[in-house]
Design a protein around this ligand. Sequence first.
Ligand code: NDP
Ligand code: HSE
Length: 445
Amino acid sequence: MQQVNLGMIGGGTVGSGVFHALQLNGGLLASRIGVEVRVRKVAVKAFDEPRPYEIPKSSMTTDWQAVVSDPQVDVIAELAGGTAIARTMVLAALKLGKPVVTANKALLSACGEELFAAAREHGTNLYYEASVCGGIPIIKSLREGFVGNRITRLYGIVNGTCNYILTRMKLEGADFEAVLKDAQAQGYAEAEPSLDVDGHDAMHKIGILASLAHGFWVNPKDIYVEGIRSVTQTDIQFANQLGYTIKLLGIIKRDEGQGTKAGARRSSPARVQVSVYPTLVPNGHVLASVNHVFNAVFVRGDIVGDTLFYGRGAGKDATASAVLSDLADAALDLKFGTKHRVPPFVQHERDGAVVPIGDVVSRYFVRLNVMDKPGVLAKISAIFGEAAIGISSVIQPEGHQGATVPLILMLHDAPNGAVTRALKKISGLAVVKGAPVMIRVENFA
Ligand code: NDP
Ligand code: HSE
């Protein structure tokens, strides 16, 4: 049987998961693809760090450069994380013509175009299934399974840590910080957990998916991002009373008209909403019941219709499963000499653009803290009325004590810019206390 030697950089959560998975299922993989993937060396920072799965000291080194340049190493897996050093590692391997498998979405978001170009230039490939949604094969699905579809909608719960936190806050009334600590202990969170809770990790992933789906490389600066730090127990409970669950949702929506009218979609450049923010999801929608560390991606293609992917979005084993799938592809490409059988990314939509968030139209949940006296609602609705923003319902729960009471408004479809401006005016009213809360509502149309 043919053999491919693997050099790994990183033996932490994902790296040790891959090492373990190859021990467990390496034989099965070999019998399926006809190539044995053998770990030659694992580079780490320090031998004595605790690891979720043990890696024998004899398999470890602290010299990643020696791993990359080892002539016996055929494939590199970059599972170290970060952007600066990881970019150096990946480029070093690609320049030697060695295929690289990475789980590093932050790196791809920041330097994807450069790395894909380097892979092309040096006649090799870059594989990144594990970078988005852990064990869900969403990269392969978009790139290969849906190659004949124009993707009109993609909604994703793509960050396991945030979904874990929001689920436990809703179901157990758990405290944000305590659940975040637990997510870290489980190996779900990034080394820098603000990447998770501030929405940046989801932004990295949604940018990768949007680029693949629409054929132009989405600049991370164009993606509107809000994390989950400002989501409170109060809003989770009010949303629930109204029939909604709050999820951190990545949204990729092609402008209306372009996905449905055959003539228009052939001629006009893609205008796509690409954003990440906490969203009210109707409890009846399947994404509302995706809980804990699970991720889910809803994809609508113009030919296939609606599809749904579900699975563990983080953690050592789920992510290792995706890395193994990429290692199999790399091994097969080496075996058959098909280096660019599936290029990592193909630009086919040169004039595509991201719609600025101010122009994005959605519905809204707004919570205000207002003085409990007559005329308050009239003042607020006058401001919304002047901005042509319709109110679909108003709730003022009874039984609140004190000088101020919560006022919850559900707004009809309106552009984000108009709603933001109206809320700024409303927060200046003497009868409104504190900053308004605004959470977008998705109807999945
Ligand atoms: P960890 O921090 O658990 O592991 C990182 C590993 O890289 C450690 O083994 C560390 O060594 C090693 N390392 C770091 N810098 C160097 C260096 N300069 N030279 C050699 N080794 C180095 O991170 P994760 O495994 O969680 O994440 C790895 C990557 O996978 C990241 O890009 C992450 O975003 C991504 N990812 C993570 C998922 C998860 O669920 N955790 C899921 C999907 C993707 P040492 O052990 O000695 O500290
Ligand atoms: N920190 C990431 C998450 C890991 O929680 O989803 C998986 O990419």
